[in-house]
Design a protein around this ligand. Structure first.
Ligand code: HEC
Ligand code: HEC
Length: 220
């Protein structure tokens, strides 16, 4: 049964990326996550997720996963598995921050449901005003920096920034949040699974970190 559900989820993912490819340029990309109330482990209780979100998460992340302030990450269109994993890491204290208290009493099922709830929301597209910076950022994102050994972000996060089940979607994320996380990875203040990103962030100059964050925030 599990195997069937997994291959069903894989089919949905394929269908979603085919739909993405066919979309005209300039439109917000559809979330890559499964559209139904399921993640890779099966169905989830979306009503319960909505209750929790309208109880407290909305204060910072908005009811639609479009956060009110650029220091709070946007969750709309984020991968359900990534959201659930971060919540589990916040709960266990592996990742430290404001979220430790928020995740304290969530059950595993609730974390999965919250992941699907936000993953289903359509991410909005933003326009970047700082064009010169964004151009530097575009280069770093797609080509990296050969001189200092920075790998191209696109090699893992994808050319469209939509990530995978193991990797966060970055496209359209707030620049301030992204830049903050790059600093945290650099200083190892992001305490969970930071090995890969630490190696990358520690080689970025301040200008590159800022520019790539600005570019990513405008990716659709
Ligand atoms: C008081 C504001 C606040 C509330 C309420 C809040 N969050 Fe957060 N959330 C944050 C901040 C700030 C971060 C960035 C990481 C950090 O510093 O803890 C974050 C990060 C996250 C992340 C990680 C996103 C990423 O891209 O890595 C997830 C997932 C998340 N929150 C989900 C939730 C859920 C689900 C709820 C409700 C149960 C919630 N948050 C309630 C402020 C909040
Ligand atoms: C070798 C693969 C790889 C490359 C290349 C890579 N990343 Fe990552 N990135 C990861 C992984 C894995 C994570 C998830 C870490 C976790 O699970 O906590 C991540 C997480 C992130 C996050 C946190 C997102 C969030 O929602 O909190 C940011 C920001 C980020 N990467 C930016 C970048 C940028 C910018 C580049 C290019 C300069 C880059 N990454 C290159 C693998 C990579």
């Amino acid at each position: 049964m599990k195997a069937i559900l997994t291959s069903f989820a894989a089919m949905l993912l394929l269908a979603a990326s085919a739909a993405n490819a066919a979309e005209p340029k300039g439109k917000a990309a559809a979330p890559v996550s499964a559209p139904a109330a399921v993640d890779s482990k099966g169905s989830v209780d979306l009503k319960r997720a909505e209750q929790i979100v309208s109880g407290r998460c909305f204060l910072c992340h908005g009811t639609e996963g479009e956060s009110a302030s650029p220091i709070f990450p946007r969750l709309a269109g984020q991968h359900p598995e990534y959201i659930a994993k971060q919540l589990a890491d916040f709960q266990s204290g592996r990742r430290k921050g404001t979220m430790n208290d928020q995740a304290k009493e969530l059950t595993e099922d609730e974390m999965r449901a919250l992941g699907v709830f936000f993953g289903q929301k359509k991410p909005l597209a933003y326009t970047v005003r700082e064009e010169d910076l964004a151009a530097v950022g575009r280069y770093i994102y797609h080509k990296g920096n050969l001189f200092s050994g920075v790998a191209a972000c696109s090699s893992c996060h994808g050319p469209k920034g939509d990530g995978t089940i193991q990797l966060p979607r970055l496209a359209g994320q707030h620049a301030a949040y992204l830049e903050g996380q790059l600093k945290e990875f650099n200083k190892r203040e992001r305490t969970n699974d930071n090995a890969v990103m630490h190696a990358i962030a520690s080689k970025l100059t301040d200008l590159e970190a800022h520019a790539v964050s600005v570019y990513i925030s405008g990716m659709k």
